[in-house]
Design a protein around this ligand. Structure first.
Ligand code: GDP
Length: 292
């Protein structure tokens, strides 16, 4: 069964963003660097079609840097779009965000109206963490403004640069079943919306072909990439269960436990830096006309 996630308040979010977007100069869209295509929100693409957009590939510390470079190049080749990679270890991201936005909307320079930027992203992409970092910096400079900016969901990043948080909640687009599974694996989908064992098996089906060496190193499988790639997904999960001692009384393997181990190792990067969809994967989905 494919992962499905239907938020109940889509129309409210659409209305709220639609209202706000009118005054916005640049949209910052936070994406998960591990799956930029699938962590995008379809409504946002529609509502912000005519706005300059900064794509922030967030959590880059968890993603495969070669893939991140490819994704950045792909986005940067689009009109009215810039892309940067970021993660929470950057203690002062404001300057990079401001500079990138100014490059996207240079004609605002010198105007008396401040630049207005809207920041958006699906849940768990790291938006609160980034906003906290940005507002903490500002708060340190102008402590008396903190209460007001919080209430208004507006952060004054520079004298003429205002950042607005998205009203409402955005959701990821489940383009193909794989993107649903990988979103679940990344942690973007609530735990009660999927079966961990099923998601871990789908994840292993991908990892065994793309990151066999990481699997071998993490779980001491003692196998080469070809042997790992040739294994059935169930067989691989069973082997991981044995290697990690996920065994129930009576000697039966605890596959649920093994699935949790694999998912936790992916999310914490204990497995290593992994990207879950490449530009090529995404382009293939686009070409197949599976995107709305
Ligand atoms: P939000 O739902 O988009 O507001 O996401 P949060 O800011 O609450 O972050 C979701 C989770 O991702 C939290 O556990 C954060 O600690 C973690 N997180 C946020 N940014 C990063 C990052 O750049 N790298 C890593 N590894 N984790 C991050």
């Amino acid at each position: 069964m494919a992962i499905q996630w239907f938020p109940g308040h889509m129309h409210l979010t659409r209305k709220a963003i639609g209202e706000r977007i009118k005054d916005i100069d640049v949209v910052i869209e936070l994406l998960d660097a591990r799956l930029p295509g699938s962590s995008a929100n379809p409504l946002l693409a529609e509502l912000t079609a005519h706005k300059p957009t900064l794509k922030v590939l967030n959590k880059q510390d968890l993603a495969d840097s070669a893939h991140t470079s490819a994704w950045l190049a792909w986005y940067n080749a689009r009109p009215a779009t810039r892309a940067i990679a970021l993660d929470a270890s950057d203690a002062a991201p404001a300057r990079r965000l401001i500079d990138a936005c100014r490059q996207l909307a240079p004609n605002r320079r010198g105007l008396s109206k401040p630049m207005r930027v809207l920041i958006c992203g699906i849940p768990n992409v790291g938006k609160s963490t980034l906003i906290n970092t940005l507002s903490a910096k500002r708060q340190a400079k102008t402590g008396d403004e903190a209460g007001i900016t919080k209430q208004e969901q507006r952060i004054v990043l520079d004298d003429d640069f205002y950042l607005w948080d998205t009203p409402g909640m955005l959701w990821p687009r489940i383009i193909v079943p794989e993107s649903g599974y990988r979103l679940a694996a990344s942690g973007a989908v609530g735990r009660n919306a999927y079966d961990e064992e099923e998601v871990a098996l789908e994840l292993l089906a991908y990892l065994k072909h793309h990151y066999a060496a990481l699997l071998d190193a993490r779980y001491r499988l003692g196998l080469d990439a070809q042997a790992i790639g040739a294994m059935h997904d169930d067989e691989l999960l069973e082997l991981i269960a044995r290697k990690r001692g996920a065994v129930m009384s009576g000697g039966r393997l605890n596959l649920q436990k093994a699935a949790e181990i694999v998912l936790t190792d992916l999310r914490s990067a204990a497995l290593g830096r992994v990207t879950l969809e490449s530009v090529e994967d995404f382009q293939a989905w686009l070409a197949a006309g599976q995107l709305q």
